[in-house]
Design a protein around this ligand. Structure first.
Ligand SMILES: [Zn+2]
Length: 93
């Protein structure tokens, strides 16, 4: 299970995604189409005429990556959570 790797010294390790929601987006970074409810905060950024959604860990506030929607991936949500590989680590379920 992917868990938060931010603020490791403070022992965050909050579960963020389930392994079932991981998919291959081709972007080279871990991609998920849905998150564990309550584990991720969304921050919309409409600067520069672009709509971007930053995602952060709801527990420690650490930056995780960005969410992109409506790209046409064959997933249940049509969302792509592009997560910095430095922001998560994997733990046996
Ligand atoms: Zn965290």
């Amino acid at each position: 299970m992917p868990i938060c790797a931010r603020s490791c010294s403070r022992g965050c390790e909050q579960p963020l995604y389930t392994a079932e929601t991981k998919f291959n987006s081709g972007c080279g970074w871990p991609a998920f189409y849905d998150f564990i409810p309550g584990s991720v905060d969304r921050h919309e950024d409409n600067s520069f005429g672009m709509r971007r959604v930053e995602i952060t860990c709801s527990n420690c506030g650490g930056h995780l990556g960005h969410v992109f929607e409506g790209e046409g991936f064959p997933t249940p949500t049509d969302q792509r959570h592009c997560v910095n590989s430095l922001s998560i680590k994997y733990k046996e379920q």
